[in-house]
Design a binder for this molecule. Structure first.
Ligand SMILES: [Zn+2]
Length: 183
């Protein structure tokens, strides 16, 4: 980097962002602006939704932008086929089975999956495997807190390290959370 030129967001940059995510009704679904650190991600490594990365490309520190993502650019359309009825006995004994309960697990690839209880009728439980934000148009307000070059190790891992990254490398034990980032 020459001089103090602002770094623009591009593949291979670690970017810190503050963001607020709202739905079409204006409800805040997620934000890290309330006293938290910026979220760090490695641009070009698939850490964020592609539509979000595309909108951030070429921006620099202190830029603020509003990004609207259609469901197809976000978490996809709702799939009616992902809603199924299963017997209550398929849940662990003692589990709380009621509308709105969310169970998380891992799929065959090791990615985190979640299933939400959509309805309960007697011994029949309706489960919804759709992402909770499937079918939603997403409205992001993003402020760029910083842009820097990724280290070789970060590039190799495909995600940032250090503050705002995935929480320090406790001997790489923490990487279990990153299903795709096998070490
Ligand atoms: Zn790593």
């Amino acid at each position: 980097m020459a001089g103090n030129e602002a770094q623009k967001i591009a593949a291979g940059k670690v970017v810190g962002i503050y963001y607020t995510l709202k739905n079409a009704a204006g409800e805040v679904l997620d934000t890290n602006r309330k006293g938290g650190r910026p979220l760090a991600y490695l641009h070009g490594a698939g850490n964020l939704l592609p539509g979000l990365e595309n909108a951030l490309a070429g921006k620099e520190k202190n830029d603020a932008l509003a990004i609207e993502l259609a469901p197809s650019e976000g978490y996809g359309e709702r799939d009616p086929g992902a809603v199924r009825e299963v017997p209550r006995s398929s849940f662990p004994a003692g589990a709380t089975i009621e509308e709105g309960t969310v169970f998380t697990g891992r799929d065959e690839q090791g990615n985190t999956t979640s299933v939400r209880i959509a309805a309960v009728q007697g011994d029949v439980v309706t489960v919804d495997h759709n992402h909770p934000l499937a079918g939603e148009t997403l409205f992001f307000d993003v402020t760029i807190a910083g842009v820097r070059d990724a280290t070789a190790e970060e590039q190799a891992h495909g995600h940032p390290h250090g503050p705002g990254g995935h929480g320090g490398h406790g001997g790489h034990g923490g990487h279990g959370e990153h299903g795709r980032h096998a070490h």
